[in-house]
Design a protein around this ligand. Structure first.
Ligand SMILES: Nc1ncnc2c1ncn2[C@@H]1O[C@H](COP(=O)(O)OP(=O)(O)OP(=O)(O)O)[C@@H](O)[C@H]1O
Ligand SMILES: [Mg+2]
Length: 150
């Protein structure tokens, strides 16, 4: 079997507006079936990135964290956006119950905050976005690493 080639791009963000804009850029380019994983510590900026992503898709919705409901749908943009936050998931089976696989197969775009908690369910071709702080830098600085397989 041929190994997948991966391509990593690194972005620097100085503040939440820059993270929003980086997210918006991905939203503008998203195609049906895109799956994007968002990982990083509490308060890293995953939801801010998603807010930008939604705007990039053309949605005017007020994106909020679906921490307790696991998912919100925003369908007023160019493509439907399925925004998952699995921070409070107890068992991967819950994802099947809420229809995760139907959403993945659909024509919308799926974003998953805390995707590493359901690592076994993530498709191989998902875009991986990891947001990290750097203690040596400004508290608002974030490194945003984006890895995708070709
Ligand atoms: N460069 C930056 N990018 C993104 N957010 C930043 C940045 N600098 C500071 N912040 C602040 O960090 C917080 C990020 O919050 P956000 O809800 O997006 O994090 P999160 O990763 O979704 O957290 P959670 O794990 O709780 O879902 C906001 O309060 C935002 O203003
Ligand atoms: Mg969040």
């Amino acid at each position: 079997m041929e190994a997948r080639e991966t391509k990593t791009t690194e972005y620097s963000s100085a503040n939440s507006t820059e993270t929003f804009e980086i997210g918006a850029g991905f939203g503008e380019k998203a195609t049906p079936g895109t799956v994007l994983c968002l990982d990083g510590d509490l308060g890293a900026g995953k939801t801010i990135f998603t807010k930008g992503f939604a705007q990039g898709l053309g949605s005017k919705a007020l994106v909020t964290s679906p921490t307790y409901t696991l998912m919100h749908i925003y369908d007023d943009g160019r493509l439907p956006l399925y925004h998952f936050d699995v921070y409070r998931i107890d068992d991967e089976d819950e994802m099947e119950e809420i229809g995760f696989f139907e959403y993945l197969r659909g024509d919308g775009v799926t974003i998953i905050e805390w995707s590493t908690l359901i690592a076994g369910l993530i498709p191989d071709d998902a875009i991986r976005v990891t947001i990290t702080r750097d203690p040596a830098k400004d508290p608002d600085y974030r490194k945003i690493l984006v890895t995708r397989s070709e």
